[in-house]
Design a protein around this ligand. Structure first.
Ligand SMILES: C[S@@+](CC[C@H](N)C(=O)[O-])C[C@H]1O[C@@H](n2cnc3c(N)ncnc32)[C@H](O)[C@@H]1O
Length: 347
């Protein structure tokens, strides 16, 4: 196993008056007038995006003419620059959402809508110690690092060296250099000896295989969050968490995001959407030696009641279930689920 340690960013930012506070890694290129080295997203009138990295004296060329980088340097975000061919471009720094959807990929990335859910429902907090596998292209790592900040610690396992290298590059590009809270380890998470971890985030083919490692790593009350692509993986990881004996009742859910077209009287859902990305599962680590509470369910009275929803037959209100997760997603399934032979390729 090899390790890539990041080194601290020594930059300081002026705080109120006499107070100086360390500048959070990556923040230097996220505010203020455009400076050398900034990534800038130019949007043309048709909504097409072009990303440039600003260098004095350079030009950005399209078939609609050239834009001088000097026309952007020293100027605020949100300006419009005009190419020599007369085309207007809106100039903004890309947001993390823009960056992860356009960055080079080794493996499939966690989509921003799911990364947002992970940050909130896995309760990723500033200063948290987080363990992650696999790092893939590093998209989720960027969100995790932003949430934990420089005072946190993120250890990301990736068993493919080539993916780890892609992720390292993407993360350093986004933060403008190495992140002091980040370590990538090339190897299988199952080999990890990490301890005292607050949160574990799994985006990998077979999260059920690593639950002993996860359980040993997590502090009591810690959260494990798994992101899986298929229903077979979903049932297998939930049942494995239930059967493990060191986790409270898991919560499982998915999120669908639909954009809306809003123009005059034409206010309607967009014609296209990303129909499916993945399912999320969270569970809390119990204290050592504690047996998970037995979940009691009221038996279904009729076939009709049985067919309405698992929530309606549960004696435990969804909001009272121990696992993290959105209200309503935490209610336990009423059916036992058989293990599945395999899952999808996570490349
Ligand atoms: C879908 S990708 C992760 C994408 C990443 N979360 C992102 O947002 O860019 C899944 C990754 O998990 C890695 N992987 C699968 N099983 C693993 C394991 N047991 N330990 C470490 N990495 C693993 C794969 O090599 C693959 O790169």
């Amino acid at each position: 196993m090899s390790t890539v340690e990041s080194t601290p960013d020594a930059g300081l930012a002026a705080g109120p008056a006499e107070r100086y506070v360390p500048r959070p890694t990556g923040s230097a290129h996220r505010r203020g007038p455009f400076t050398k080295g900034d990534r800038v997203q130019l949007t043309d009138p048709k909504g097409r995006l072009h990303t440039v990295v600003l260098e004095p004296g350079k030009q950005f060329h399209t078939h609609r003419g050239a834009v001088e980088h000097d026309a952007l340097l020293g100027r605020p975000e949100g300006i419009v620059v005009t190419s020599t061919g007369g085309t207007d471009y809106l100039a903004l720094r890309p947001l993390l959402v823009d960056f992860v959807l356009s960055m080079p990929r080794g493996a499939t990335v966690v989509y921003p809508k799911d990364a947002a859910q992970i940050i909130t429902y896995a309760d990723i907090f500033p200063g948290a110690r987080v363990l992650e596998a696999g790092v893939g292209s590093g998209a989720l790592s960027c969100s995790l690092l932003r949430a934990i900040g420089d005072a946190g610690r993120l250890v990301s396992y990736e068993r493919r060296e080539d993916f780890a290298a892609v992720a390292q590059r993407n993360i350093e590009t986004f933060f403008g250099g190495p992140h002091p809270a980040h370590t990538i380890r090339v190897g299988d998470l199952i080999e990890s000896l990490e301890r005292d971890i607050d949160r574990v985030v799994l985006d990998m083919l077979a999260p059920w295989d690593v639950l002993d490692t996860v359980s040993a790593a997590l502090v009591p009350g810690g959260v494990v969050c798994a992101y899986v692509a298929t229903t077979t993986q979903l049932s297998r990881v939930v049942e494995a968490l239930r059967g493990h004996g060191t986790f409270a009742e898991p919560a499982a859910w998915e999120t669908m995001m639909r954009n809306w077209h809003v123009e005059g009287l034409a206010v309607r859902p967009g014609h296209r959407m990303v129909g499916h990305t993945g399912f999320l599962v969270t569970a809390r680590r119990l204290a050592d030696g504690v047996t998970p509470p037995v979940r009691r369910r009221r038996p279904a009275k009729t076939g009709l009641a049985d067919s309405t929803s698992a929530d309606s037959t549960s004696a435990v209100p969804a909001s009272a279930v121990l696992g993290a997760g959105p209200a309503g997603a935490a209610a336990p399934s009423s059916d036992p689920v058989a293990p599945v032979p395999d899952g999808p390729s996570d490349s």
